[in-house]
Design a protein around this ligand. Structure first.
Ligand SMILES: [Zn+2]
Length: 379
């Protein structure tokens, strides 16, 4: 029952609003065809054909400065209820009327643009907001919508252009978003093998936001692709000064570069330094591996025992159990088997804006769509 009431809400609004508006607006006698139309609408309503009833009521109404707010409210109601097709039909129908003023038309266009966005019809929304961008009253909102559309369409150069316009208009900088858009543009040029443009956009990203970890990561990945491992390490180590929490995320890239250059001493020094301020399992396991290989089981075992006393965690216990220290008695083997079966604790990332958690690093949060808000969670 309640659902039926909710379903008929817009219809009731439309018919009630029609009655109210005709009551106030006209003291003169109504033409009979208008009353016919009203009863036709009521008839549709009684026969449970709410869509047709709404069309009839809407067609009967005048659109002017007094009734426009009600029309817009009805359209918003449809859109919020997810009935986007009805909202689109309502707004298209109203825009098509020849007698509406310029201001009413632009208000309706704005609503139609939002309908199209909600329906995922981004091309149509784009042409509407491009038109509204020229209207002083709608300019800021149109620029915001276009910025969102260009991001969804992955048209990064347009997104940069519109964010620049918006920043200028609002006198408000958004460096994190702007630098990520430059990183996306750089990747676009990288795909086309346009080296100069790729470098230009990465440099710009860092100029806009000197803390942009991603720009250095992309530069490092390009250097690795070109077998320029020394250069890649330079970029990756810059991340330490930008946001030290991200270094463990790219730890394997760094180790791989040192290995490619045949620099085991540098690998050891890098990890020994890193584990002093980052005691995550990821860092510890890599350091332990190098320690074992370069200094032997006794030193590795001693190191891990000290860590375990300080931090008696499940992850550290597993690392300790993995060290083959030559004890091959039954008890040692039994303990090692059990410890290795303990749950794996995966390193993960968390959005500082909405709390979204993931195993993979996303530069743009899949949940709240904000850029640069996902940070590593230390495990
Ligand atoms: Zn988020």
């Amino acid at each position: 029952m309640f659902e039926i009431v909710i379903m008929l809400l817009p219809v009731a609004a439309a018919s009630g609003w029609y009655v109210a508006s005709t009551h106030y607006k006209s003291k003169t006698k109504k033409p009979s065809n208008e009353y016919e139309g009203y009863f036709k609408g009521l008839n549709y309503l009684l026969n449970e054909q709410p869509d047709k009833a709404i069309d009839v009521f809407i067609n009967l109404l005048e659109v002017d400065d007094e009734t426009i707010e009600t029309h817009l409210a009805l359209g918003t109601l449809f859109r919020q209820r997810g009935e986007v097709e009805k909202a689109i039909r309502l707004h298209q129908n109203l825009i098509a009327r020849p007698q509406i003023s310029h201001q009413i038309r632009t208000n309706l266009l704005n609503e139609l643009g939002l309908d199209y966005m909600r329906a995922g019809l981004l091309d149509r929304a784009e042409s509407i907001f491009l038109e509204l961008e020229k209207e002083p009253l709608h300019q800021v909102h149109a620029l915001q919508q276009l910025l969102s559309i260009f991001q969804q369409e992955k048209e990064w150069l347009n997104a940069i252009e519109y964010l620049n316009k918006l920043e200028l208009m609002l006198n408000q900088k958004q460096p994190i978003l702007l630098s990520h858009l430059h990183c996306e543009a750089a990747l676009l040029y990288q795909e086309k093998n346009e080296v100069l443009s790729t470098t230009k956009y990465l440099r710009k990203a860092l100029k806009i936001d000197p803390k942009c970890v991603r720009a250095n990561l992309i530069s490092a990945e390009i250097a690795i692709d070109n077998a320029e491992f020394k250069q890649a390490i330079k970029y990756l180590l810059k991340i330490k000064d930008q946001d030290v929490r991200f270094v463990p995320v790219f730890i394997d890239l760094i180790i791989n570069c040192y290995e490619q250059l045949g620099k085991p001493k540098q690998t050891f020094e890098f990890l020994a330094e890193l584990q002093k301020y980052n005691e995550s399992t990821g860092v510890m396991s890599r350091f332990l591996e190098v320690l074992l290989k370069q200094k032997g089981a006794a030193e590795a075992s001693e190191f891990m025992r000290e860590k375990l006393v300080k931090y008696p965690t499940k992850s550290y216990l597993k690392l300790y159990a993995q060290i083959d220290n030559g004890q091959i008695n039954d008890e040692a083997t039994f303990l090692r088997t059990i410890i290795n079966q303990l749950d794996e604790e995966l390193p993960s990332f968390k959005c500082q804006q909405c709390g979204f958690s993931s195993v993979d690093l996303n530069w743009c949060c899949p949940s709240c769509k904000q850029w640069g808000v996902i940070e590593p969670v230390l495990v």
